[in-house]
Design a protein around this ligand. Structure first.
Ligand code: FAD
Length: 318
């Protein structure tokens, strides 16, 4: 079923969903099931699975020279989606990125997904590789998520890269895209970022999942700004509880997100790691309750493999 159909069928009730990361290479599906099994009682209609492109690592050779190797630390997104659908009978949403993919690769990936009956994708650009400094598209790949959305929409209309294919099978993907309530870090300003977000919707995006935020006002203002811009699709808040003190620095640095003063005070004032975690959970519960009261379509939790924490929040909210 399409993600947007779940929102419609819920008739204003707030759904719950989760995002999981593929385990590090060498790990097993057990890690995913151990995360999701305890969360299934909350009846998520879908689970997202992130995609992680290749990274460069540098190793010192005997000669003293550095060797640059490309590795994928967290492969398996599509397989995990199929396994989730099989085990739980719910939908899985693979994240699909531009980085590392030519348009042909993307086409082939979409064909695989379609054959597996996976009809939802979250279309993203992906970040720059660690040592690249800025995002570099593949030759004959996509530079922005909007281009990826266009390609998926083309395939929904039976249009393939190979112009020799006449009457190609039409796909039926429901396409989600990312939105940034505090703007994407590369964008010169919020307004321009919003205009590009609108382009993604015009190209075929059917719903938006937001970057995490810790102040609900930021989300509500973002929704208002989207509506004023003519973006009328469902906007799903992405939520992540803080569980460690160092995240007060690492999250703003990595994601360019502002932390409310009270949240910072609560975590700084917590005396033990346990108390820090409790303060983070408490904050996320309060955020979730308010968002649910306001009737958001779905609360989407970034689990980071920590089902205990997410369970505590879900128990308090649902
Ligand atoms: P875009 O929409 O392409 O935007 C990127 C930047 O370019 C923005 O600054 C935008 O304003 C600008 N821009 C957009 N269109 C144009 C244009 N036509 N011309 C000029 N500028 C333009 N990353 C992963 O690698 N794997 C994942 O699984 C993953 N999951 C995510 C899930 C969510 C919910 C979110 C919010 C992010 C996720 N990311 C993931 C991170 C994401 O890939 C990065 O934030 C990335 O830097 C931007 O992706 P995007 O799809 O928003 O890009």
């Amino acid at each position: 079923m399409k993600i947007t159909d779940y929102f419609e069928a819920a008739k204003g009730e707030t759904l719950i969903s989760f995002e999981v990361l593929p385990p590090l290479k060498g790990g097993s599906m057990k890690a995913i099931f151990d995360t999701l099994d305890p969360l299934m009682e909350f009846k998520p209609p879908f689970v997202d699975v992130t995609y992680h492109r290749e990274e460069y690592i540098y190793t010192v050779r005997e000669s003293g020279y550095y060797e640059k190797t490309s590795i994928r630390k967290r492969p398996g997104t599509v397989g995990i989606c199929a396994a989730i659908m099989h085990r739980y009978g719910i939908d899985a949403v693979p994240h699909l990125i531009c980085g590392g993919f030519t348009k042909q690769d993307t086409e082939n990936a979409l064909i695989d997904l379609n054959f597996l009956d996976i009809n939802n994708v979250l279309a993203l650009r992906g970040d720059a590789r660690k040592f690249d400094g800025k995002f570099i598209k593949e030759p004959n790949g996509h530079a922005y998520a909007v281009d990826l959305v266009e390609q998926i929409t083309d395939m929904n209309n039976g249009k393939y890269m190979d112009s020799g294919i006449q009457d190609g099978a039409k796909m039926d993907f429901c396409i989600g895209v990312a939105g940034y309530p505090e703007k994407h870090f590369e964008s010169p300003n919020f307004e321009l970022d919003l205009r590009y977000l609108k382009e993604k919707i015009k190209a075929g995006g059917s719903y938006i999942v937001t970057q995490m935020f810790f102040d609900n006002k930021v989300y509500f203002d973002f929704v208002d700004a989207c509506r004023a811009e003519g973006i009328n699709v469902p906007i799903v808040p992405g939520l992540k509880p803080l569980t460690k003190k160092y995240q007060l620095q690492s999250i703003p640095r990595m994601f360019y997100i502002n932390m409310p003063d009270q949240l910072v005070k609560n975590l700084m004032g917590a005396k033990t790691p346990k108390a820090v975690k409790e303060a983070g959970i408490e904050w996320c519960i309060a955020q979730s309750k308010e968002l649910k009261e306001k009737g958001v379509p779905c609360l989407h939790y970034y689990t980071m493999g920590d089902s205990d924490t997410i369970r505590k929040i879900a128990e308090a909210v649902y």
